[in-house]
Design a protein around this ligand. Sequence first.
Ligand code: 2P0
Length: 326
Amino acid sequence: MKQTAKAPANIAFIKYWGKSDAALRLPLNDSLSMNMSGAYTVTTVEFSVDFHKDEVALLGGEFSDHEVFRVIEGLNRIRGRAGVKHYARVVTKNTFPKGAGSAASASGFAALTLAGFASLGSRIPEKELTIFARLGSGSACRSIPDGFVVWEKGNDNETSYARSLFPSTYWDIRDVLVIVDKRMKKVSTTEGMETVTTSPHLSSRLAAVPPRMAAIQQAMNEKNFVRFGEITEEDCLDMHRVMQTQNPPLFYWNEATERIMSAVKSWRNASLPVYFTIDAGPNVHLLCEGKDEARLLEMIKTLRGVEEVILNKPAEGAKIISEHLF
Ligand code: 2P0
């Protein structure tokens, strides 16, 4: 049976960087994110006895051989759990530039996992879906549950999973993704994380994350946006300090990234409560409350070097939809 899933990308406020087990994609620390309404993947999966090999296609782009391999490994895990041997056809499309540090692998593996099990008629609890998504790409587990999501690092395959902290309707905030470079990043996140232990700042980051996780959840409980924004920026800069001090160093920002970071400070001085966070790429996520959206979008128009702006509200998690891609 053919089934199609739509899964959001997610933006982490407390970031995942570094693994304790590379094969199982167990992270070194807990992380916390929000699903993005404006950036998602749609994937249709069909398993059939009539297929003689797995076929994987990306509409509007092309998967690398390595990406196809990762998708097929995901299909193998789904087949193993469901106890079937059929080959599959997978067609997928993204609403945002692949490889621009916008978590295409997160939404991609979340959509593949949900559509894959659904197409085999397997009823899998949400927690287990997050575990299967994590095995494809760590941050993908956070794109399964609704709204604001915590990924518990756990200590083995069964205990490292994601759960919803608040539904998407809980808090009217915005993540405005400012794209300054759509090209693929030179160093993939999987590769970049392999050398994380060479950073002298890793141990201080790992000690800082548990109290930071508690503090950001308290700020979210109180809907204290300023405190929430301060902690998010702090964790972003902490992660980038680790990246930049790894051997070899990973520097993901460009000139436009740094210009936006300093613009954010001046906008705050002009009483616009806005905070930034940046993933493994040069693009910048700007966070504000819903009431400040129009003012922020006006300020973004004054920036140089912006290629595209993607406006996001908090979104639901991965869902089955009725329109198929083939
Ligand atoms: C995050 N990132 O928490 C952090 C911030 C990038 C910077 O999760 O190797 O693509 O597939 O588990 O999930 C990107 O990591 O890495 C990521 P793999 P993934 O959003």
